[in-house]
Design a protein around this ligand. Structure first.
Ligand code: AHR
Length: 499
């Protein structure tokens, strides 16, 4: 049995637990909005047509911010289409997902939905195919209190209070050739800088996110960040990172070590951002908005997709059904985001409902939790206070994709009178016995210990069997003499609350 020891020191603080780490993402894509969040006529629908069964699950998931309305969708979007009387809103083609957009849900409706889930709105503007003025118009419509053309239009449309959106994304994945209106780093950096400067002239306290690379595997990775930030450094507050992982060729060992790649990604982007900052002799430190991350079977979802030459409204797209192994990776990626909470100060699990999502729905039918729901929801509930930098002494294994990886990974958070320890065992066959030194923490007992595992690492939750995989109490967790001892099954994710 592999053994590991984790040393925790109350003074080794990485940074605060940032509530924005538990953000998510709603794109007008597939069935995320239509028959996901919004389904008038569904038995649980409220007066606005929003499914309350989904609202309940989103509350349980514990999301904090929600990025909206895209994603690739935003690069062909005219925000004006989606406000005002619904019967006058146009149906448009969405080129990025080859589908029809009815605009029946727009900014004002989505902001009302967010209030039901107690989440913060993070808005993306279309810099790809529009320009500075439409971005400023959206800002005025969304945030200006009253007494101007567009704020008064919002009021006339039934939303008297401004939405007061703080975080704004300057486009989406502008380096990707799949993006409508994609650009070179030089072109995008200049446009992003001008758009950001104009938006900050309207409100200097906005938090603006400039697009980083769509992934660390992009051919322009590194150079893209450098060039874009050389233009925009003084005007923006975050550079974005996006990363999706999947099992390649059945190599579960590499897949379980995906967070090694995420750490590399974060370190590289920060090094590049700091290089640009130092060259400018700037005191400002750029943070990361990791505003798309998840497991996504990008190469395999095609069979279930309902996209063909027809233009359809809300077709089934990207409806990945997640396994236990996927949930372990999602839990581990979230641990990595916590570990870098000094500089990764906002993140969005992509996405929220039906589209590569922790929550699934059937039109007219139930909503249920995917395997990946559980580590996210439990971490959001238990992580509080400050993140501690763990010293992990564990065996390692060699992966084909990510080099050397620790069999056991860990992170911990500590608050005034409680703490939480999050652990993964990446071993495919054996349980791991882990000891955690918690003597410096203000805790004396195990309050709760939950493990997500299954004899079949490919077990999933489905419409027919929605609770096939749920977290179970881990009775092996014991705290004695300042040492927490726990046994972790193979391919598992564990959270232990201490008090
Ligand atoms: O989340 C799905 C898509 O992935 C987003 O629209 C895009 O930004 C990314 O490529």
């Amino acid at each position: 049995m592999p053994r590991a020891h984790v040393e925790l020191d109350r003074r080794a603080v990485v940074g605060p637990v940032r509530r924005r780490t538990f953000g998510s993402f709603v794109e007008h894509l597939g069935r995320c909005v239509y028959t996901g969040l919004y389904e008038p006529g569904h038995p649980t629908a409220n007066e606005d047509g929003f499914r309350m069964d989904v609202v309940e699950l989103v509350r349980e998931l514990g999301t904090t911010t929600v990025r909206y309305p895209g994603g690739n969708f935003v690069s062909g979007f005219r925000w004006e289409d989606s406000v005002g009387p619904r019967e006058q809103r146009p149906v448009r083609r969405d080129l990025s997902w080859h589908s029809l957009e009815s605009n029946q849900v727009g900014l004002d409706e989505f902001a009302r939905w967010l209030k039901l889930t107690d989440s913060e709105l993070m808005l993306a503007v279309n810099v790809a195919t529009r320009g500075i003025l439409p971005a400023l118009d959206l800002l005025e419509y969304a945030n200006h209190p009253s007494g101007t053309a567009l704020s008064d239009l919002r009021i006339a449309n039934g939303t008297p209070e401004p939405h007061d959106v703080r975080m704004w994304c300057l486009g989406n994945e502008m380096d990707g050739p799949w993006q409508t209106g994609f650009m070179t780093a030089d072109d995008y950096g200049k446009i992003a800088a001008r758009t950001a400067a104009a938006m900050k002239a309207a409100d200097k306290d906005l938090e603006l996110v400039v697009c980083g690379s769509s992934g660390s595997g992009m051919p322009t990775f590194g150079d893209w960040e450098r060039t874009v930030l050389e233009h925009s450094y003084d005007y923006v507050d975050y550079v974005s990172c996006h990363a999706y992982y999947q099992v390649h060729d059945g190599d579960l060992g590499s897949f379980l070590a995906s967070s090694v790649d995420m750490e590399f990604f974060v370190d590289t982007v920060l090094a590049t951002a700091d290089h640009v900052g130092h060259k400018r002799q700037s005191k400002k430190r750029m943070n990361i908005s990791f505003d798309e991350w998840n497991v996504w079977y990008l190469e395999e979802h095609k069979a279930s997709d309902e996209v063909n030459d027809e233009w359809r409204h809300a077709p089934r797209q990207l409806e990945d059904v997640y396994t236990v192994a996927d949930a372990v990776v999602v839990g581990n990626l979230l641990m990595t985001l916590l570990k870098r909470s000094d500089r990764v100060t906002s993140a969005s699990l992509a996405q929220l409902v039906n589209v590569i999502a922790p929550i699934m729905t059937e039109p007219g039918g139930p909503a249920w939790r995917q395997t990946t729901f559980h580590p996210f929801s439990i971490t959001s509930r238990l992580a509080s206070g400050e993140v501690l930098r763990p010293v992990i002494d564990a065996p390692t294994y060699l992966t084909a994709r990510h080099g050397e990886a620790s069999v056991v990974d860990a992170v911990a958070t500590v608050d005034e009178d409680r703490a939480a320890v999050f652990l993964v065992n990446r071993d495919l066959a054996e349980s791991a016995r882990v000891t955690v030194d918690v003597r410096s923490l203000p805790v004396s007992r195990v309050v709760e210990a939950l493990t997500l595992a299954d004899a079949d690492p490919y077990a999933r939750n489905t419409l027919a069997d929605p609770d096939r995989v749920t977290p179970a109490v881990n009775a092996s967790a014991v705290l004695a003499d300042g040492v927490l001892t726990v046994e972790l099954p193979p391919v598992s994710w564990t959270a232990i609350a201490l008090g």
